[in-house]
Ligand binder design. Structure first.
Ligand code: HEC
Ligand code: HEC
Ligand code: HEC
Ligand code: HEC
Ligand code: HEC
Length: 457
């Protein structure tokens, strides 16, 4: 009897299943050990080993009983002798005992392997590597900016998914949709922003930034340079009145007043980028409601617009993916940091011109930027070219980096593609509401006096 049972499992399907599980299990264990020792770095290897291998492993496991079942059905129809019974298990017989112990041990081992695989799979899918590099073409702009931003030590999922099972499940569902879009090449270029259904910022940002803690002011220095030979610098120092406040310290003040737990601001927006805001509703700590209407607002706009509670990302919409609004700003920041040599005549003008031109790919851009800059100094400024050769090369490297950091032709991302809502110089930002034109029925406006927000020196 035992022998006929063994033979059932010897059916071709079951044998394939056994091979599959054994090979994948052994490979998986080897890779898992290597991973523990820190030996794997390539994201594609991660996908292969932690997502594909376990699927094959489980598939193999299913094949084994399936093969036995199919074999039994086949024998039942024709060949099978009528007296096939289920095996009578007798643990007193050493042979059967060994088989039973063997099966039990293998099952336990399989359970361990599957759980390890599932655990690593989930952990892997939550890694920055997975988010930023696997679909590298698609996420390249965000990943590049992220690595260079203030949150480069915060993983993508901490903002985009956050803690909790329901957001985890939602993210996996939308992740499947995104995978299909990537496979079919049907994703939008650039990827649309704002992200619909992003988790509310209060749940995300406040894991680390506690709104009641904010107080006082923050100093911002903005350095700008001109197109003359000396790359003349002009400095603006802004004292940003960040403010904050808590229930304990009394009234909230300053810029962070908007997200104080006692303040509630709702607004309606009529465009996909949330730039047009015809209506704002403020409910203050005492429950008093104030409604502001933009000049010329129509009932139709109010009825069909998107209604949203204001939170951190209505101002900090690029906390992790800051990209320069213009080529001038990007080049100026390298001059300010010293990456671009300030002492090289006309470097501001020439670098801006070079990174502003349009190129089909980042590689083409890098080549062209290098040759244009070298050519300019070689032919137009030969004395400088000879005396400051190293500066020319530093300028080339800095200009190339400015381009790679901000412009992604393959994804149609240019300077200014993603608007930053902090400020009001490059896009309306704060002035979407603070334009002296959003008024209550009794004529009170959301104001634009400069010193509400900052002192300028
Ligand atoms: C500090 C929080 C934070 C982190 C960390 C973060 N993001 Fe974002 N991400 C945002 C916010 C906020 C937006 C803009 C949302 C909006 O405007 O609605 C955004 C937008 C995006 C977009 C939409 C396109 C765009 O540029 O607006 C993509 C794609 C994206 N992030 C990918 C990533 C990837 C990949 C990582 C990890 C490498 C990552 N994000 C890490 C907060 C974060
Ligand atoms: C996991 C923790 C974490 C989360 C979540 C997080 N941050 Fe931060 N954030 C930090 C840390 C740490 C810094 C300081 C980085 C530094 O000083 O280099 C920072 C810095 C900042 C700064 C100052 C940036 C600058 O240029 O100085 C802003 C603004 C900010 N975060 C906004 C946000 C917003 C908005 C969100 C939600 C979308 C968010 N953060 C989510 C940890 C976090
Ligand atoms: C009304 C717009 C607005 C809202 C809403 C807002 N911020 Fe800010 N935040 C600012 C501005 C403006 C600054 C000043 C720095 C600057 O100009 O970049 C700032 C500064 C910061 C800083 C740096 C502070 C420092 O001391 O260096 C952090 C961190 C920050 N915000 C986090 C948050 C978080 C978290 C939220 C949501 C709870 C939030 N902000 C809501 C506009 C806003
Ligand atoms: C969605 C509309 C909206 C946006 C966008 C917005 N604000 Fe406001 N803000 C308001 C409203 C409403 C008030 C209250 C005006 C009043 O006093 O009646 C206000 C008040 C303020 C105040 C005074 C707070 C106090 O102490 O009472 C400051 C400072 C401020 N905003 C800064 C900013 C900055 C900086 C930005 C851009 C980063 C910004 N706001 C963007 C709606 C907005
Ligand atoms: C509602 C708040 C608010 C008001 C009102 C406001 N600003 Fe600003 N301003 C900001 C914020 C936020 C920034 C960006 C700071 C940063 O770069 O982080 C900024 C940046 C600036 C800058 C630096 C621009 C740059 O090149 O980066 C200048 C200059 C400036 N403001 C001038 C003014 C003047 C002049 C007024 C009065 C007409 C004014 N602002 C009114 C919020 C405000």
């Amino acid at each position: 009897m035992a022998t006929s049972e063994v033979r059932l499992i010897r059916s071709p399907i079951s044998v394939i299943g056994m091979w599959l599980t054994t090979v994948t299990a052994v490979t998986f264990l080897v890779v898992f050990l290597a991973d523990l020792l820190g030996l794997h770095t390539n994201p594609y290897i991660g996908i292969l080993f932690f997502l594909v291998l376990p699927s094959f492993f489980i598939f193999g496991l299913i094949l084994i009983p399936l093969g036995a079942w199919v074999e039994k059905r086949r024998r039942d129809r024709g060949l099978a002798p009528a007296e096939i019974h289920w095996p009578r298990l007798d643990l007193n017989q050493p042979g059967q005992r060994r088989i039973a112990v063997g099966i039990f041990a293998l099952t336990m081992a399989n359970v361990v392997i599957v759980s390890l695989a599932a655990y690593r799979g989930v952990e892997y899918m939550d890694s920055t590597q997975f988010c930023g590099q696997v679909c590298h073409e698609v996420m390249k702009p965000e990943f590049t900016a992220y690595q260079d931003g203030p949150h480069s030590r915060v993983s993508c999922v901490q903002c985009h998914i956050g803690p909790g099972a329901s957001w985890f499940a939602r993210s996996k569902v939308s992740g499947m949709r995104q995978l299909v879009a990537v496979a079919r090449g049907s994703y939008s270029r650039p990827i649309a922003s704002p992200v619909q259904n992003l988790r509310p910022a209060r749940e995300v940002c406040e894991q680390c930034h506690w709104p009641e803690k904010f107080h006082g002011a923050v100093v911002r220095r903005v350095a700008e340079y001109s197109d003359d030979a000396k790359n003349s610098e002009s400095l603006t120092t802004l004292q940003m009145k960040v403010g904050g406040g808590s229930a304990r310290t009394g009234g909230a003040t300053g810029i962070h007043w908007h997200t104080n737990p006692n303040t509630h601001i709702e607004y309606i927006t009529t465009d996909a980028k949330r730039q047009v805001i015809p209506y704002v509703k403020l409910t203050d700590a005492s429950g008093t409601v104030r409604e502001y209407f933009a000049d010329g607002v129509t009932p139709d706009q109010l009825a069909n617009g998107d209604r949203r509670g204001m939170d951190c990302i209505d101002c900090h919409n690029r906390p992790s993916h800051p990209m320069a609004a213009t080529a001038e700003r990007a080049v100026d920041s390298t001059l300010a940091s010293g990456e671009m040599p300030k002492g090289l005549p006309f470097v501001r003008r020439e670098a801006v011109k070079a990174v502003k031109a349009s190129y089909p790919t980042q590689e083409a851009a890098a080549e062209s930027i290098a040759s244009t800059l070298r050519e300019f100094y070689r032919t137009q400024q030969p004395a400088v070219y000879n005396a400051q050769r190293q500066d020319v090369e530093r300028a080339v490297a800095a200009a190339e980096r400015v381009y790679r950091r901000n412009v992604f032709p393959e994804m149609n991302v240019q300077f200014g593609t993603y608007l930053n809502n902090i400020g009001h110089m490059d896009s309306p930002g704060c002035f979407r509401c603070h334009d002296d034109n959003h008024k209550t029925k009794d004529g009170k406006a959301i104001g634009q006096e400069c010193d509400t927000c900052h002192d300028i020196q």
